[in-house]
Every structure is written in structure tokens, then in C-alpha cells.
Design a protein around this ligand. Structure first.
Ligand SMILES: [Mg+2]
Length: 451
């Protein structure tokens, strides 16, 4: 028996659990920092000592999950679909979906543990025993420097690459960008203010004018790339290819908020480098623009990390604009919904890759979905440069050789969390991991959506 913040936890013994009478009794959180993003880890407790692990989307708010607590207390977590349908109305685009998804993950973990099967088995079985990973790669300097950084990833065993290629690279290149005078300088200044040293976002700084600036949509910034800017980015890409060679697949992200017409010009320039996909070049809701962009260039297009629910992927798939869907489990609607997104994409001849910038809890959940989805290609790792990241769970998560082994243990395959490390990495705003959330027990509204 372990006592944790007043709650008695019985050491897990799955043979003694009766899935038929399992009930959710509590929900608690631990926020960590520096992973490199801020991550909100969640535990769902039950009446039989079994604890399920979930996670809210990176750089999101625990409130999205906490407000669901009173709505699921007393429910049997094995009824994952029933619980998901109950709370689905409280999710939204991007981080707003974080609470619903965290609950779904924890229920899948509990269900697997209660019935003694890995989560991939709950999703219909597996297509593969190890999951190909790719990692975000940062680099200062030019294309050859980026090429060297990517080459180092290849030496680690990574067989698939992604890098940023966009207007960020042009902000200090003379005559590369057009913008209302003073705007680029203002952007540089604000970016410096909102970014923390370890690559996350300072929530206090991201309020007010910074929020307005960084959420201005692509077509509304007034930024355009000049011929010189296009030349620079094309040369950058050529230098990268020169260093990494032509065999390894590479995708690009963070093109920047530029209008549709500029995307056409840039992506046409990049066609000859045969990218795997260009990511989030337009707001995901602008289906017609995606359709026209696809008609204008042979560079493959991908999006999805901010899309909640299968039904919101459908218009884009029906438009046939995408080569790749790129959902994040913690936004798409959790494990089962993401698997459904992948299956639907398969019907349209579209590949699935997974966005993931969270802790090993979300990563393990993604591994199960990746194992169970046929048209999956690669899973994103965002924390390869954070040495302690894999140690947040026991057994420690290993991606040695660029692949993660699909576990055979029940649920997510995590024995326990590394509580010492979680305490050490606690976010300053939430210094006490797994503190009581009693204040949410009486949250209520008449949730019916029709009368
Ligand atoms: Mg992205």
C-alpha cells in the first residue's frame, strides 16, 4: 500500500481487478516543465486501486480536464466509448481538446490493465512490432548546418527526418521579406519575449498583444517572400539535400504565416527536392485553399495537429488535397478517435503520421495507435534533446535506433511514473504533484445539447 496525498493506492495486481465493477473515483494532475514543453500529466483513480495515466495536450491547461471530473466520477472506465461520447462536447480545436483526450487515454490505460491486454489489442490488433520515429531538429545557420544536424540524427538511427523551413530563416536576410514597415522587427521582439530558454512558451507573456500577433492567420499578416527570399530558401533546401543525400525522406514544417500565393511560389521551388510533405502551410479550416494549393504544386501537403474529431478531417480528405494527415492524439480525440482518423485517411489513399510533443505517456499512447493503424508511417519525437525525458516513466522509454518497441504489457505498457523526476521537474505554478482536485467535484451544467 502506498499513501499519496491522502489517497490509498494498492499496488497493482491485475488478477484481482474485477472490470465489471471498476469505477472512477478521482482525477489528479502533475504539471512538469522543460520536456521541452509544459506537460500536464493526469491520473484517474479507481475503486479497485488501479490507476490510469493520461495527459493533456502540450502547453495546454489542466482546467480542460478538471472540468470533466464530476462528469465521469462513478463511471466504469472500461466503457471508453460511452465516456468519450459523454464528454466529447467539451473538446475543441487544438489545446481545447486536451481534457477530453486526457480522459480517453487514461480510460484506455485502465481498460487494458483491467482486462489484461495492451491498448493496441483494444484497437483491433497490431500491424507492426516497432514504431518508426522522426524528430524535430533545430539548427542555427545555413542549410549545410541544418544538414549536419540532420545527419547526426541519421547516425542515431533515425530513418525519417523533418526540419523547419520558412520565413523564420529570412528575418535577418536583407530584402528577403516584404511586410508593413516595422512589423518584422515587432515580431522578432515579441518572439524573444514569449519563448522560454528551453523552447516552450511563457504563458504570462503570451497574453494580450503577443496572442493577437501570433494568432494572425496566414493570409492576414501582410508578409510576402521576395525572389531573393525564395532563392535563399531553395538554396537552403539544396544544401540540406546535398549533406543528407537523396535516399532519406524529409518533411518541412513552420513555413510561417504567409498568404496562399506565396505558398504556391515556395512549394513550386521545392518540388525538385521531393519532400515527404509540407506541414500546416495554411490554416487547416481553409479547405478550398488547400484544394487549390494541391492543384498548383506537386509538393505533398500535410496537416492535422490542431484538428479535433474525425468529422473535422473529413472535408480536407474529401477535397483530396492532402498526402498526409498528421493528428496529435491529444487533440484529435484520443486513441480510438485517432485510429478512426487513420482508417478514414486510408480510404482516401492518404498516409498517417503522428504529431507528438508531450511526455512519454502521450508517446506510449501514440505507439499503440501507430501499431494498430495500417497506413501509419512515422511518429514525431519532440524531446530527443531532453536527456531525462524518457525517464519520466518506468520502464524508461527508449527510442534507440530511431524506433520504439511496441509493448505487450496491459494498457499503455507503463508500470509506473517516475515520481521523483516529476517532483523535480514540477512547473512553478503547480509545485505539488497530484494535489487534491476536490474543488471540481461539484462542477455541473445541464449538458444536454438538444431539448
Ligand atoms: Mg507541426
Amino acid at each position: 500500500m502506498v499513501k499519496e496525498n491522502g489517497t490509498i493506492l494498492i499496488t497493482m495486481n491485475i488478477n484481482k481487478v474485477n472490470p465489471a465493477t471498476l469505477k472512477i473515483t478521482d482525477m489528479r494532475f502533475a504539471d512538469i516543465d522543460g520536456a521541452p514543453k509544459r506537460c500536464t500529466l493526469m491520473k484517474l483513480y479507481t475503486n479497485q486501486g488501479l490507476v490510469g495515466y493520461g495527459e493533456v495536450r502540450d502547453a495546454s491547461s489542466r482546467t480542460y480536464a478538471a472540468m470533466l471530473k464530476s462528469r465521469i466520477l462513478g463511471e466504469n472506465p472500461c466503457n471508453v466509448e460511452k465516456i468519450f461520447r459523454r464528454i466529447k462536447q467539451f473538446g475543441g480545436d487544438s489545446r481545447q481538446a486536451g481534457g477530453v483526450c486526457a480522459v480517453e487515454l487514461a480510460c484506455m490505460d485502465l481498460c487494458g490493465k483491467a482486462w489484461g491486454v495492451p491498448a493496441w489489442q483494444l484497437l483491433g490488433g497490431k500491424w507492426r512490432d516497432e514504431i518508426r520515429c522522426y524528430c524535430d531538429t533545430d539548427s542555427e545557420g545555413g542549410g549545410r548546418d541544418m544538414g549536419a544536424a540532420l545527419k547526426a540524427r541519421m547516425k542515431m538511427g533515425f530513418t525519417f527526418l523533418k526540419m523547419d523551413l520558412g520565413i523564420e530563416l529570412l528575418t535577418n536576410v536583407k530584402d528577403a521579406l516584404i511586410a508593413p514597415l516595422g512589423y518584422l522587427e515587432y515580431m522578432r521582439k515579441m518572439k524573444h519575449v514569449v519563448q522560454t530558454p528551453h523552447g516552450s512558451i511563457d504563458p504570462r507573456a503570451m497574453r494580450g498583444e503577443a496572442f493577437e500577433l501570433f494568432t494572425t492567420a496566414h493570409g492576414h499578416t501582410g508578409i510576402h517572400i521576395t525572389e531573393k527570399g525564395l532563392d535563399y530558401l531553395e538554396k537552403y533546401m539544396a544544401d540540406v539535400r546535398d549533406v543528407i543525400g537523396w535516399e532519406v525522406p524529409i518533411a518541412i514544417d513552420h513555413i510561417g504565416h504567409i498568404p496562399y500565393e506565396d505558398c504556391v511560389q515556395l512549394l513550386r521551388r521545392l518540388e525538385k527536392y521531393h519532400l515527404s510533405w509540407a506541414e500546416d502551410v495554411l490554416p487547416w479550416r481553409n479547405t478550398e485553399q488547400w484544394k487549390h494549393l494541391h492543384a498548383a504544386t506537386t509538393t505533398p501537403l500535410g496537416t492535422g495537429e490542431d484538428i479535433y474529431l474525425k468529422e473535422n478531417f473529413k472535408p480536407l480528405l474529401e477535397s483530396h488535397a492532402l498526402a498526409v494527415v498528421h493528428p496529435d492524439l491529444l487533440t484529435a480525440g484520443g486513441m480510438a478517435e485517432t485510429k478512426k482518423v487513420g482508417d478514414m485517411a486510408e480510404d482516401y489513399g492518404v498516409q498517417m503520421n503522428l504529431h507528438m510533443a508531450e511526455s512519454p505517456i502521450a508517446c506510449m499512447a501514440a505507439v499503440h495507435v501507430a501499431a494498430a493503424t495500417r497506413n501509419f508511417m512515422a511518429l514525431e519525437l519532440h524531446s530527443v534533446d531532453v536527456p531525462w525525458w524518457g525517464d519520466l516513466v518506468k520502464p524508461a522509454l527508449s527510442y534507440k535506433g530511431g524506433f520504439i518497441k511496441v509493448p505487450d504489457k496491459p494498457g499503455l505498457g507503463i508500470d509506473e511514473l517516475n515520481e521523483k523526476l516529476i517532483k523535480k521537474q514540477s512547473c512553478a505554478d503547480f509545485p505539488q504533484p497530484w494535489a487534491s482536485t476536490k474543488e471540481w467535484d461539484r462542477e455541473w451544467s445541464n449538458d444536454r445539447r438538444w431539448s
